[in-house]
Structures are given as C-alpha cells and as structure tokens.
Design a protein around this ligand. Structure first.
Ligand SMILES: *Cc1c(COP(=O)(O)O)cnc(C)c1O
Length: 358
C-alpha cells in the first residue's frame, strides 16, 4: 500500500549509499584528511564550558556567520544565505523556483543532487553532456543552445566539476550568465578553494548569478553540515523564502565562524593537498592501464581496466575510493580523494600491485 502512495517520480530513487564499512584509508567522499585545528578546538571547548546556551534555538539568520563570510569575500552579507550543507541550498532553491512543467539544465556527468532535487520538486531536469573524449571540458556553446531550446529556470555549472575535476573559465561562465538572462545560473564552487577560478566578485554585477560554497571540503568540516550561497540581495531574499527556520545549529555556526578566523592553517592544508594532487597525477600516469584526468579539485578521476575488480580489491585492503564504473559517461572510472601523503602512498602501492598482477 505504502508503495502506491509514493509519488511516481520518487519511486525509482535509491537512498544515498555511503560506504559504512570499517576502513583503513577513506578516499571516497572528498573529505579533508585534516581534522579541526588545535586552536579552534581550544576556543570551541571554552565556548562549551562557558555559556553555550544550547537550551535555546540558534540564531535563525546566522547573522554573525554571514557577517564573517561577507568580510571574507568582500560582499554584502544580505546576499548570503547559509544552509545545512550547500546540499540544502540546492533543495531550497529548487523548491522556490521549480514546480511541475519547469525545467533545469544540468551537466552530466556531475553531482547527482541537481537532478534529484528537481525531480522531487516535480520539475523536468534536462541534461547537457560533457564529453570524456575532450577531458569532460564544458562547452559554452552547448549550454547556450540548450538554453534557447529548453528555456530552463535554473542552469547548473559545477566548477570545478565533481567527479571529473575540470573547470570552466571565469570568462566562459560569465558569458553564460550574460547570455542566459532569463535563467538563474547556479555556479557550484564546492571545490573552489583548490583552484583560483571563482565568479564570486560578479554577483554584484549580475542578478541571475548564484554561487554555492561549502565548509565540507577545503575547510575540513563535513561533520558540521554547513554551506552558503552568494548572490545579489534580491535573489538571496527569494531563496530565503523556502529556507527552514533554525537550519544551522549554534555549534555549527560557531565552528564555521572560528575556522574563517584561522585562515593560515586552512590555506596551508589547501596548498598541501594541491601539491599531493599534482604528485598523485604524476604517479598515477605511470601505472599500466590507468588513464588520468587533470584535476582542479581535491580528487582525481581515473579510468582503469577492469574497474569493478580493481575497486573490489582496493576495498578488500580497506582502501575506499568512489566507484563510478556504471555511471553514464564514466565507464571504468574511479574517483580518488586526495589524502595525506601517507594515505596516498599506501593507495598508490596497492593500486600498482593490483594493476601489475592481473
Ligand atoms: C560535496 C559537494 C557539495 C555539498 O556539500 P555539503 O556538504 O552539502 O555542503 C555540493 N556540490 C558538490 C559538487 C559537492 O561535491
């Protein structure tokens, strides 16, 4: 009976499946290998010891945190909305703009949330394809053509793209924003800290541009579930219409603020991960049967022979990576998050052993 009550467009969904088994090395979710900096931990324990006021609801508008973010980026805090992860902001945005008959335009292969949130809202997701033969490069022309044909309310650009690691140049993104005046262009910069390619300064100029950022990746705070959007004030007010009240816990608000005041440590971690990424790309390219894609993020996409077999054998060793082998346009692909040098080295050793002993 229950099954028949479920809306037809939801019936085919499978719950998000995160690998929960015991592991030795976890390189499957693009998390940071660096835990909360010691200075931040100390301030946090002071906060808890003193007067954390956890009996009260949090500030529903995250005012202090938004102020700190606005100073970090030199933008108006009225254009910032904070979400329980940027995931929540994708959902909220979709619920504000998309109903039955409305379309979104989204890249494939990319983050699955764009399509799923649209289906849940009853809208129609329309894909634009990234070509593996061209290293999954974005094509501005493809997006503009699809815009003319489909007239979507929202266009997504994941920049750098997850899981392929490539970027669209700032000038190309801005060309899309300028041309597609009747759509909201969402630029998901979840991995923006790992390259120097942000369109945040342009939100002042274009009212149809919204940028998504998160504390989950470069800031090493996936556990606090906190992300934010930056746009003009008008667009932010619209997104705010469907945001659930009290969506960010007091502790998450406080920790996110603290991390933004300790940029030195974070920047050091980011530099380290970028260095490791480049080192990994070199090493991976030398392994027989492995094809490596360039990356501007904290992960690397590789194409390997006998992908499922390689994946399973890594799992047996307690090394988790993300298997995209069966996903559209990602045949044979694994995504490896960048860890510490020690983790990366163990992974490379195991992968070489597997590839040379087939
Ligand atoms: C990880 C990720 C996010 C969001 O993460 P949150 O933890 O919900 O902030 C958004 N977009 C992309 C492409 C991601 O990979």
């Amino acid at each position: 009976m229950i099954e028949e009550l479920i809306r037809p467009e939801i019936r085919s969904f499978t719950p998000y499946n995160a690998n929960q088994q015991p592991y030795k090395i976890k390189l499957d979710a693009n998390e940071s290998p660096f835990n909360l900096p010691l200075t931040v931990r100390e301030k946090l324990s002071e906060f808890i010891k003193n007067d954390p006021q956890l009996n009260l609801y949090p500030d529903t508008d995250s005012i202090q945190l938004r102020k700190t973010i606005s100073e970090h980026w030199d933008v108006d805090s009225e254009g910032i909305i904070v979400g329980t992860g940027s995931d929540q902001l994708i959902q909220v945005m979709t619920n504000v703009f998309i109903g039955v008959g409305d379309k979104i335009l989204y890249p494939v292969p990319s983050f699955s949330m764009y399509r799923d949130s649209c289906l849940i809202a009853g809208g129609t997701p329309v894909k634009y394809l990234l070509n593996p033969e061209d290293g999954y490069e974005y094509s501005k022309e493809t997006i503009l053509e699809a815009y003319e044909k489909e007239q979507p309310k929202i266009i997504y650009i994941c920049n750098p793209n997850n899981p392929t690691g490539n970027i669209m140049s700032v000038s190309d993104v801005i060309d899309v924003v300028k041309y597609c005046r009747k759509s909201i262009v969402v630029v998901d910069e979840a991995y923006g800290e790992f390259c120097d390619n942000t369109v945040i300064p342009y939100v002042k100029e274009y009212e149809n541009l919204l940028v998504l950022r998160t504390f989950s990746k470069a800031y090493g705070l996936a556990g606090i579930r906190c992300g934010y959007s930056i746009s003009c004030k008008k667009l932010a007010s619209a997104v705010n219409l469907a945001r659930p009240p009290y969506n960010i816990s007091s502790l998450s608000q406080y920790i996110a603020q603290l991390i933004l005041s300790d940029k030195e440590e974070i920047n050091k971690n980011i530099e380290y991960l970028i260095e490791q990424r480049e080192w990994m790309i070199g090493k991976l390219s030398n392994i027989k049967g492995v094809e490596v894609y360039k990356s501007y993020a904290n992960f690397i996409l590789v194409k390997v022979d006998n992908c499922n077999d390689v994946y399973n054998r890594l799992c047996e060793k307690g090394i988790f990576v993300r298997n995209f082998g069966l996903a559209p346009l990602l045949t044979g692909c694994l995504r490896i998050s960048i860890g510490t040098n020690e983790q990366n080295s163990i992974f490379l050793d195991e992968l070489s052993t597997i590839c040379y002993n087939k």
